[in-house]
Design a binder for this molecule. Sequence first.
Ligand code: ATR
Length: 293
Amino acid sequence: MKKINSMTKVYGVIGHPVKHSISPAIHNFAFEYADINAVYLCFDVPPERLGEAVRGFKAIGLAGFNVTIPHKQDIMNYLDEVDESARLIGAVNTVVNDNGRLRGYNTDSSGFINAIKKRGLRVDEAIVLGSGGASRAICTALALNGVGRINILNRTYDNAASLANHIRSLAADCCVCADALDNIKNYRGQLLVNTTSVGMWPRVDECPVDIIPTGVHTVYDIVYNPHETKLIRMAKQKGCGVIYGIEMLVGQAIESLKIWTGVDVPENIITSFLEKEGIPLKMSNSIHNVTEE
Ligand code: ATR
């Protein structure tokens, strides 16, 4: 049992809703593993109370926090500083309290790109499904890491077009194309990334696309609940390599922890913990119970 005392630092995640976040499990485990005297809690804060909550965090000296849906963009209005890459992405998911000054970072993009770098994958052209907040971080990471062409396909064309403009403004040498999701058959790329919520529990039989274009060698689905989405199953059947969503989730958590504490907890240690605990499998069961009640 963790000892909580007057020196215990408090971290957390702010979002709405946050009830089923896996982050407390990851960070509390990591604190214990690395012998850090800290706890990590969930703060469910509706958008209209975001400013009030952040002022409260500052007043009580919260050591740092993660930011999740729907606050990743709005939080920037309440911070003292925003790190360069988070500013380019236009979203913050990690905040550190540095002696009363709140500084924002984005670890989603490094969490995402580390999985590609680690495998030594060569990606000249990528297809990215979706153009929301997660896609913004992912497309920025791809463009700033030398991917020559990014095809952003989205249900709503205008949202894809607007993200494509943003990415072009960051990386002039990256060719960015926007189109509707249904036109996937016209696109090529070695990497296909799903950033949409399609296939997420409980709608596990859905898939954002019905084909995987020829030439795709790796499919990366950032949906982590269920662990194996329909898209991932389709990719495996086609003989593609796959990257599971849990890897990005764990990756961004490791990067946040490094920013807060300087400690680097190995990915395999966190992954084995989650597997042992049956997360996120257990999480879908708990959502199931809540829905049935
Ligand atoms: P996040 O921050 O997780 O990226 P978001 O900003 O709400 O979440 O973005 C969700 C993405 O999933 C969007 O690209 C959305 O498409 P639209 O721009 O058309 O809304 C996409 N998405 C959500 N539900 C979808 C569905 N049923 N079919 C296809 N795309 C969907």
